[in-house]
Write a protein that binds this ligand. Structure first.
Ligand code: NI
Length: 378
């Protein structure tokens, strides 16, 4: 495809991806569409044991390797944007801009394909499934497809930044994400005879208050940490004290030592408070992705490329949301940049809109980044 045709082509593709959102691990149509375009453009598709998602390669079949990553999944949200290319799949929406990432990385692939012979190495183009449920990056890594890659790059839409702006900083930019479920077991009894039971309701109330002292009293006040209790359940009527109380929540942190501290303190408080009230505690811990940490040297490099591409630069909008791009960064240096897609309702809102005007510059940035990264590696 001629470079001059890429802009309108990826804008059209973006509209198609937006209209056809698919949930995590169900991205079959999206994968088929990507494979169709890639093969039509003569881009090598790698044979991998991935049910959804696809990895392609441009350049020589050996030598320095850089990677570009897009996530392709959508969310279970009913779209309310009123866009002409709004979701055709009821109850599903690209509300996090993964359609934008997919179209931008596809655009970068097309641009790189146009200068394939001049590439000093190869670029692996990763269209990753299931970012929203954090399963996709692990699956891609398990195929071994990135084991020779020297660096990996990805963008994320930002509804906080205007078009033409790129938010990028070295170090941690998104959080480690863990989830916990805690069950207190006491002894149920008549509400009029609390002395005959072990009441888990005051225990629950004490625990909820105490859990917030982990961030305010135990963790470094200069570090960003968070404990959110998001679901509380106990009892089912007015005159019975329940036997069991359950709560669920999430913890966020930017550093490994804080992540461990929060987990240890939650366990200690749960066990200690339960014991003090004569009850028992049981906790389930579900570990999510680690923090997204941008490699300092490659970030400096990417900032230079972005400046040369005409982006206005600013520090990354920090967030304690999670991102499974972090899993790649555990294996190889990576840079995760926020691309301004116009100020709109926030990501994950049914009114979230990414302005297609930001698409072609993002594709150009990613292509230049990958190409110049190869030059830096060889
Ligand atoms: Ni996202």
């Amino acid at each position: 495809m001629k470079e001059s045709s890429v802009k309108s082509f990826i804008e059209e593709m973006f509209g198609w991806f937006h209209a056809h959102p698919e949930l995590s691990h169900e991205e079959h149509e999206t994968t088929a569409k990507l494979k169709e375009v890639l093969s039509k453009e003569g881009i090598r598709i790698l044979e991998l044991p991935l049910e959804t998602g696809v990895v392609a390669e441009i350049g020589r079949e050996e030598g320095a390797m850089a990677a570009l990553r897009a996530d392709i999944d959508a969310l279970p949200i009913r779209e309310e944007t009123g866009l002409p290319y709004a979701s055709k799949n009821e109850g599903k929406m690209h509300a996090c801009g993964h359609d934008f990432h997919t179209a931008a990385v596809l655009g970068a692939a097309l641009l790189l394909k146009g200068r394939e012979d001049a590439l000093p190495g190869r670029v692996r183009i990763v269209f990753q499934p299931a970012e929203e449920v954090s399963g996709g990056a692990g699956r891609v890594l398990a195929t071994g497809v990135l084991k020779d890659a020297g660096a990996i790059f990805a963008i994320h839409t930002s509804s906080l930044l205007p078009v033409g702006t790129l938010g990028l900083s070295p170090g941690p930019v998104m959080a480690a994400v863990d989830r916990f479920v805690l069950r207190f077991r006491g002894k149920g009894c008549h509400a009029a005879h609390p002395d005959e039971g072990v009441d888990v309701i005051p225990l629950l109330a004490h625990f909820i208050g105490a859990a917030q002292t982990i961030v305010s009293r135990n963790a470094d006040p200069f570090a960003a940490n968070l404990v959110s209790i998001t679901r509380v359940m106990a009892g089912n009527t007015w005159n019975v004290l329940p036997e069991v109380a359950e709560l669920e929540g999430t913890t966020r942190s930017l550093r490994k030592k804080d992540r461990t501290l929060i987990k240890d303190r939650l366990y200690a408080l749960a066990k200690g408070e339960a014991a003090a009230f004569g009850a028992t505690a049981e906790m389930e811990w579900h570990e999510g992705p680690p923090p997204t940490v941008n490699d300092a040297a490659w970030t400096e490099f990417a900032l230079g490329v972005a400046r040369a591409q005409g982006y206005r630069l600013q520090p990354a909008p920090k967030s304690l949301a999670g991102e499974d791009f972090a899993l790649y960064q555990e294996k190889l240096p990576g840079v995760f940049a926020s691309v301004g897609t116009g100020v709109s309702a926030p990501n994950h809102s049914p009114k979230f809109i990414a302005d297609p005007a930001a698409l072609f510059p993002a594709a150009g940035f990613l292509a230049a980044l990958a190409e110049r990264a190869l030059g830096r590696m060889s």
